[in-house]
Design a protein around this ligand. Structure first.
Ligand SMILES: [Zn+2]
Length: 217
């Protein structure tokens, strides 16, 4: 008889934080504008520093064991030179990051975004492309891509086609267009219900050389 009551106590201790989190699911971490200002300030710190600032990671790790409340969602490229936590000078628990080559989103990505908005309180979605993106370059170069790389390149082709013949650098133009198309896809396809009006989707483009993120409009 004692064992079931112990089990139910354990179950209750596991369930209570989950229920509390569920009840809290529509309250934002911070509003979209505040989140964007925080990212801009973080990027400024990163771009102007020659060494990464030391962070109290053990304390943050401990503080986030039982829950997370990230203030922004970053849809970034898988490129190893574009880690969002470093670029925006943030720590554990701050950013909910979805990454694939070419900062593309598929159904898994959209589901992740919906989860972070509905259950974790994030209200800002940043599509973070970058200059010299290899995935966009591959789409620009054309030709047959092997294996699953074909799927990535095909998904970036609309950006290449839309910018064909435009003045300026073809790769940079395609990178910006790809950012815009991914942002548009998120706006159209992410099912955010009555939270839609609270959510902002913005495009940023990271410069590998300067460390700065250039924001669209
Ligand atoms: Zn890339």
């Amino acid at each position: 008889m004692k064992i079931p009551s112990r089990i139910s106590a354990v179950l209750l201790s596991l369930l209570l934080p989950a229920l509390a989190a569920a009840a809290d699911h529509t309250s934002p971490s911070v509003g979209a504008d505040v989140a964007l200002a925080r990212l801009k300030a973080g990027n400024q710190r990163f771009a102007s520093a020659s060494v990464s600032s030391s962070k109290p990671v053990a304390a943050r790790r401990a503080a986030t064991v039982n829950g997370q409340h990230p203030f922004a969602i970053i849809v970034g490229c898988a490129d190893s030179r574009t880690p969002p936590e470093i670029i925006f000078d943030q720590s554990i628990g701050d950013l909910f990051v979805v990454r694939a080559a070419g900062n593309l989103v598929d159904d898994y990505g959209l589901g992740s975004i919906e989860y972070a908005v509905e259950h974790l309180g994030a209200r800002l979605i940043v599509v973070l492309g970058h200059q010299k993106c290899g995935a966009v370059q591959a789409a620009l170069s054309g030709g047959e891509a092997p294996g699953h790389i074909h799927a990535l390149v095909s998904a970036i082709q609309p950006a290449v086609q839309a910018t064909k013949g435009k003045p300026g650098d073809p790769l940079s133009n395609a990178v910006h267009e790809n950012d815009a198309l991914v942002a548009e896809k998120i706006r159209k396809k992410a099912r955010l219900g009555d939270l839609t009006s609270q959510v902002r989707v913005v495009e940023g483009c990271y410069d590998l050389r300067t460390g700065k993120v250039e924001w669209a409009k």
